[in-house]
Each structure stands twice: as C-alpha cells, then as structure tokens.
Design a protein around this ligand. Sequence first.
Ligand SMILES: C[S@@+](CC[C@H](N)C(=O)[O-])C[C@H]1O[C@@H](n2cnc3c(N)ncnc32)[C@H](O)[C@@H]1O
Length: 274
Amino acid sequence: MSNDGFDKEAFRKLEHDGWNSLSAGYHDHWQLVTTQIVPALLERTAVGAGCQVLDVASGPGYAAGAAAALGATATGIDLAENMQALAAANFPAASFRLGDAEDLPFETGSFDVVTINFGVLHFPDADKALAETFRVLKPGGRLGFTAWQGPENCALGMAMDAIAQEGTVRVDLPKGTPVFRFADHGECASVLGAIGFTEIASTDIMLTWSLPRPDLLMETLRQATARTSALLGAQDPADLPAIKAAMTEACKPFDNGTTTDLPMPAVLTVGTKP
Ligand SMILES: C[S@@+](CC[C@H](N)C(=O)[O-])C[C@H]1O[C@@H](n2cnc3c(N)ncnc32)[C@H](O)[C@@H]1O
C-alpha cells in the first residue's frame, strides 16, 4: 500500500491489463478526441524539425506520429504491449518502446521535449513520472502534458454520475490516481514547481467527443477505457440497463440529430527545465 492510500502495483496492473486488451477499441473511439489537442501540445512545446521528442504513455502513437511529421525525431513509450504494437503500425516514422513512465529507460538529458497526452491520470505515482520527464529533458527542454477537466460539464463526469445514481462506485477494484487531479492549475504549478520546472503555465481547452447516438456512451466506455470499463464490469448486471438509460438521458441535450457532441474539457500544462 502506498502512502497515497492505494496499492500502486494493483493499479498499475489494472491499467496495463485494461489498455492492453482494449487498445483497438481505444484507437477506434478516442483518436478523434485526444488528437484534437495534439497541435496545441506540440505548438506550446515548440516541437519542430530536428527536435528530440519523447511522448510518454503514447498509446496508439498520435503525438509521436505528429511530432515525426513535423520533422522531429520522435520516440513513444507505453506500458501496454498492444498499444506499442499499434503505435508502431500506425506511425512508422516514429519509434515506439515498451516501458513505464515512472522509470524511463533513457539517459539523463536526452530530449528537447517530453509530451504526455492524457497519460498522467493513469500513472500510479504521477509525481514520480513527472520527475522522470524532468530528468530526461535537456537543460532548456520543455514538458507539455494534458489532462481532463471535470467532473462538471464533462462526458466522463456524466458517466460517473449515472453509475453512482443507478449502480455503485463502491466496488472491489484497485483505487488509483484521482481522474481530475491535474484539472487544477494550482496543483499542476505546485507539482511541476516542486520538481524544478519553471515557466509553468496551464491553459483550458474544450474538446468534443462526437458519438453517433446518445445511447452509445456506455458501450463505448466499455470498449475503450481501462478504469471505467472495469467499473462497469463490476456492476450488478441487473443494474446495467438503468445505468445505460441514465447515461443516454445525460447525453440527449448534446444530440443534434446527426451526432451527439459531448463536452470533454481539457487542460494543457507546460513547463521548462532551467
Ligand atoms: C488514455 S491513453 C492515452 C494515449 C495517447 N497518449 C493519446 O493521446 O490518446 C493512456 C495510455 O497510458 C498508458 N499507460 C498507463 N500507465 C502507464 C505507465 N505507468 N507508463 C507508461 N504508459 C502507461 C496506457 O497503456 C495507455 O496507452
């Protein structure tokens, strides 16, 4: 048990196993959401031709692939074997390795830029992982990471509300890093400042998750997330129809007859290694 009050190795295993088994579903359902912020992430960290870029928790490879397309030498690293294989197939111009964000297999001072796109909330020890990014950056190097805002006005918050209302969030699953910890600009500044980063700034950016219909949120979460999928899998099957109905009702105000455009507010935080 860690001093944060949860079992880090159990959480790491939940994350690894979840993303490993749902990598294809994640790629199908999330790429149109998480890629929306990649241009801002690369622009705010000044990625360009000749930069050495590391993308941590690279998943299907979107940020590393986009950095390589700008002429950077891009490397992605991820805990899940199937994510690494998917990224390598998606973006042959970048290279992808298996590894843990909390123990990066790179020399100190190797990279001009480190990015983490919606990865920090998945690390058992996010502070340790952010300190690792500081270590592997060159002096003057830049970190950029993104996280979800919520739970208000956010599709993830709507889903959690429906589960709490019609099912239960008190299930026997490993606890983990709070999903919305890095939504708070002050928390981001405090964590990065303690590590030694300077020029720290956070910006709110609204993303949209477009589903074909309002009744698809629950099934999509089951096919394409680690923690929420496990939470849904732990519900009493008898409660699932009511949970789905509650999610559908919450999604309806965002349906325009063609698509259901759910709000996914995000925060982009940058810092520099002096
Ligand atoms: C929500 S996905 C983000 C994927 C991608 N960055 C994107 O922009 O869509 C989270 C990723 O974090 C990876 N991950 C979880 N824990 C990790 C860890 N401790 N070290 C490295 N990667 C990890 C998962 O395997 C998964 O690919």
